[in-house]
Ligand binder design. Structure first.
Ligand code: AMP
Ligand code: MG
Length: 502
């Protein structure tokens, strides 16, 4: 049985709003079991904090309108966009390895889906039926971090939800201290999480579960419904979906590990069914390479430490498999659909590392070189981003000393470098340098860079947000004059405590 209404609602698509946005029912066609219609709660006297014109263009917003007050009001949630019928969705999930029951969009409200194929969602726009004890708000600090990191990840080539803009208001928000409110307008083809499936599976609501899976397959994984794709699973489209999600998630983890990104809260409700990075909270880009690094101050057990991420993603996929079991049928089939994670993750990770090392064609022994590199960097917790970028610069002709100087144990470095140089013997150095500079960013959103922009923004100076956005939108470029943004973290950076509080 399909719960999809069979006649699309085209009323809203007929409107011709100044924003340039036209809506299509999308997720909302699933029906009221999946969401609650409601309006965002207004905030007093909003102001712009940051805007991404690239996302505006992608979504199909009129640039002149996006520069104006109506957009400011609309993306703060103070004024409804023409034709928008906002809603908050219900989901459940496992938090820190424990079933948490119903969660849902506690502070996110989806404005709708544009005919350009993107859902627009406001985060921090007020209470919803899923807010539980929360206030439905987000503070300026965490909103700037989400805005910048979404755009940074995209520019790094890493699948992610995008961020259109951040608006702020002086409305006080109580966290550990009193802060001020902000709203991030974020954009993705879909914000569906593993937790949406877990929600209906846990309640034994198989019809809704199937409707959700059918929606995801039809919209985002149409190949799973085709027999060539699912014949290995005896024509089981839901198993093919699970396999496709596993593979996307494996590829995402490989990208996170290669760039040194720690998510910090990999609960199943923070896992995108599209394999996107979603819900930026206590995330961090590694400074020194400490494989066991924990970025989330609230994660005392280190469940979401950097080197745990690939395993946790697999654990989360196992939860998704369990949720999909009523549709898949056989447990063995579900387990078989998860199997490819174990080959896709290492393959993708090795490919990413090979690119970082400037290797064109894989050769036997490459894995040993990758392992040796990781061991070398872990020994002294060498700065991850700076090591790779300096190594790229060296390949392009810069003196090796800039890399060598990163190590106290010069003998260890020299031994490693011999291995690296031998591997590159007879290869085209210029081509390798090009590969490396395209794989090893000069600029990442380190905690201290975000922190400086946040502190200025708290004083109503938003230039720092803008500068970071510009640098992070082309992180592989040199950006002469901005080397300070590519330097080592200052001593105070290690005192920044980023927790779940946002
Ligand atoms: P997170 O781990 O931050 O992704 O959030 C976990 C759950 O808590 C989700 O259901 C969120 O919507 C909800 N939540 C987080 N912060 C708030 C808040 N300030 N108000 C209402 N709900 C919140
Ligand atoms: Mg979340």
């Amino acid at each position: 049985m399909s719960l999809l209404a069979d006649t699309p609602d085209t009323r809203n698509a007929l409107a011709a709003p100044a924003s340039g946005l036209h809506w299509t029912p999308g997720f909302a066609r699933l029906g009221p079991a999946f969401f609650t219609r409601l309006q965002p709660t207004p905030l007093p006297a909003p102001y712009w904090v940051g805007r991404s014109p690239a996302v505006a263009e992608m979504v199909g917003l009129d640039p002149a309108w996006f520069a104006g007050d109506e957009a400011l009001s609309a993306f703060t949630g103070n004024q409804l966009l023409a034709g928008s019928e906002p809603y908050a969705t219900v989901y459940s999930g496992h938090q820190f390895g424990v079933w948490a029951g119903q969660l849902g969009d506690g502070r996110a409200i989806t404005l709708g889906e544009s005919t350009s194929g993107f859902e627009l969602q406001l985060k921090g726009s007020g209470r919803t039926p899923y807010s539980r004890m929360g206030d439905g708000r987000a503070v300026l600090r965490s909103s700037i971090r989400e805005f910048l990191c979404s755009e940074a990840m995209h520019a790094l080539g890493i699948p992610t939800t995008r961020a259109l803009c951040v608006t702020g208001s002086d409305a006080p928000i109580q966290r550990e201290t009193v802060e001020t409110a902000a709203v991030v307008a974020r954009v993705a083809p879909s914000f569906i999480r593993f937790g949406h499936f877990e929600h209906f599976a846990a309640a034994g609501r198989t019809d809704e579960l199937r409707a959700l899976a059918d929606h995801v397959i039809a919209r985002y994984y149409p190949h799973c419904a085709k027999s060539e794709q699912n014949e290995r699973f005896g024509g089981n489209a839901y198993a093919a979906l699970l396999e496709a999600v596993s593979e996307r998630t494996a590829a995402l983890m490989a990208q996170w590990q290669a760039v040194g990104f720690c998510h910090g809260v990999m609960n199943t409700d923070n896992m995108s069914i599209l394999g996107l990075t979603i819900d930026y909270g206590p995330f961090q880009f590694l400074d020194g390479f400490n494989p066991g690094h924990i970025c989330n101050h609230s994660d005392t057990g280190g469940r979401y430490a950097y080197n745990q991420q690939p395993n946790v993603a697999y654990w989360n996929l196992f939860c998704l498999a369990q949720a999909l079991l009523p549709l898949i049928g056989e447990q063995e089939v579900a387990l078989a659909a998860l199997e490819s994670y174990k080959s896709v993750f290492p393959r993708e990770f090795e490919q990413r590392m090979a690119a970082k090392l400037g290797l064109a064609q894989p050769r036997e022994g490459d894995r040993a070189l990758v392992d040796a590199t990781l061991k070398l960097l872990a020994a002294e917790q060498t700065d991850w981003t700076i090591f790779w970028r300096r190594l790229s610069d060296h390949m392009a002709g810069a003196d090796l000393d800039a890399v060598r100087d990163l190590f106290i144990d010069r003998a260890a470095f020299d031994a490693w470098h011999l291995q690296f140089a031998q591997r590159h013997e007879g290869e085209d150095r210029a081509a390798a340098a090009q590969r490396m500079r395209a794989a090893n960013p000069k600029f990442v959103l380190r905690n201290h860079l975000g922190q400086q922009a946040i502190e200025a923004a708290q004083q109503k100076d938003f230039a720092g947000v803008d500068t970071l956005l510009t640098l992070l939108q082309s992180p592989f470029d040199e950006h002469p004059g901005f080397d300070a943004y590519a330097g080592f973290p200052p001593a105070w950076a290690s005192d920044i405590e980023i927790s779940c509080s946002s």
